[in-house]
Design a protein around this ligand. Structure first.
Ligand code: PBG
Length: 323
């Protein structure tokens, strides 16, 4: 025992604490998710998600401009289609809601990075992330459609595509399709370690994407699976050509973020999902949590675990320093 060891010496004042602080949040590493809906002049509050809105593609550039002016380098777009069918064909419609939104944003703010979610769940009548055959999600048929979606987004001007479907080999199929169509500069941020989580509830209301039957447990990762399985998912995605890999949700899976950071050299993204977002909002509404401190604490923990990039619905508020 060393009685003269005084850890508190370095905690005596705000300046001292700042001096020795090892982790800092930066707006540079934040991504702000946006929801695009059909129609014109639409800006409608999303009931399940505080302070989030559905924007039609004609209004979304204004919102994107505000995001860019706050210093946030990227948005992540989710689309809601005009109509749904068995195969989610509206997802690769070149004049679809997302494609139109990408064009409008890139025209208005060319320097804002536009990342697009690649999945079928908002576009299929059954709400699954893939093509259903004999009550099962067919992996390879789904990958072909995902590749078409990715190419349609790249054509519209997307800088990066983010497959969130959890089909096997989709990163390779998408990379190949992008390259063949002349989009070798379009990056891929893969939702690599994505869990079959209960924390997506508010988002599924917002994107109208809840599965009509069953659940997503045959394609998304088991919540109790070992971290070795997550490392293998990430390793495969990197081998297939992912430029950035993602862990999702964030706070319940800090161990996975940490291990991924130790092990891989590509940037690691973490998605603080809708259910995490609403936990903070609901608890602070009930006056049991100080919203600002709790949010900053959670984001700092995500950063310390090893996330290089954080996708969060709090991005604008953080940039405004106003939580
Ligand atoms: C689509 C997708 C989901 C989310 C992002 N992409 C929902 C799901 O997998 O059911 C969740 C995002 C959030 O909860 O904020 N597959």
């Amino acid at each position: 025992m060393n009685p003269s060891a005084r850890m508190r010496r370095l905690r005596t004042s705000d300046s001292m604490r700042r001096l020795v602080r090892g982790v800092s949040l930066s707006v540079d590493n934040l991504v702000y998710p946006l929801f695009v809906c059909p129609g014109n002049r639409v800006k409608k509050p999303i009931e399940s998600m505080t302070d989030c809105f559905h924007f039609s593609s004609d209004l979304i550039a204004d919102e994107a401009k505000e995001v860019f002016n706050l210093g946030i380098p990227a948005v992540l777009l989710f689309g809601l289609p005009e109509n749904k069918d068995e195969t989610g064909s509206q997802a690769f419609n070149e004049t679809g809601t997302v494609q139109q939104a990408i064009k409008n944003i890139k025209k208005a703010i060319p320097d804002l990075l536009v990342i697009t979610d690649i999945c079928l769940c908002a576009y299929t009548s059954h709400g699954h992330c893939g093509i259903v055959k004999d009550n099962k999600i067919n992996n390879d048929a789904t990958c072909e459609i995902l590749a078409k979606i990715a190419v349609s987004h790249a054509k519209a001007g997307a800088d990066m595509v983010a497959p969130s479907d959890m089909m096997d080999s989709r990163v390779a199929v998408i990379r190949n399709a992008l390259d063949e169509n002349g989009f070798s500069d379009t990056a891929i941020m893969s939702y690599s370690a994505k869990y079959a989580s209960a924390f997506y509830g508010p988002f599924r209301d917002a994107a109208d994407s809840a599965p009509a039957f069953g659940d997503r447990k045959t394609y998304q990762m088991d919540i109790a699976s070992s971290s070795a399985q997550a490392m293998r998912e990430i390793e495969l995605d990197i081998a297939e050509g992912a430029d950035i890999v993602m862990v999702k949700p964030a706070l319940p899976y800090l161990d996975i973020i940490y291990q991924a950071k130790q092990r891989f050299d590509v940037p690691i993204a973490a998605y603080q999902v809708s259910g995490e977002y609403m936990m903070f909002n609901s608890a602070s509404k009930q006056n049991v949590l100080d919203r600002k401190s709790a949010v900053l604490e959670s984001l700092t923990a995500i950063k310390r675990a090893g996330a290089d990039i954080i996708i969060t619905y709090f991005a604008k508020e953080i940039a405004k320093n106003k939580l």
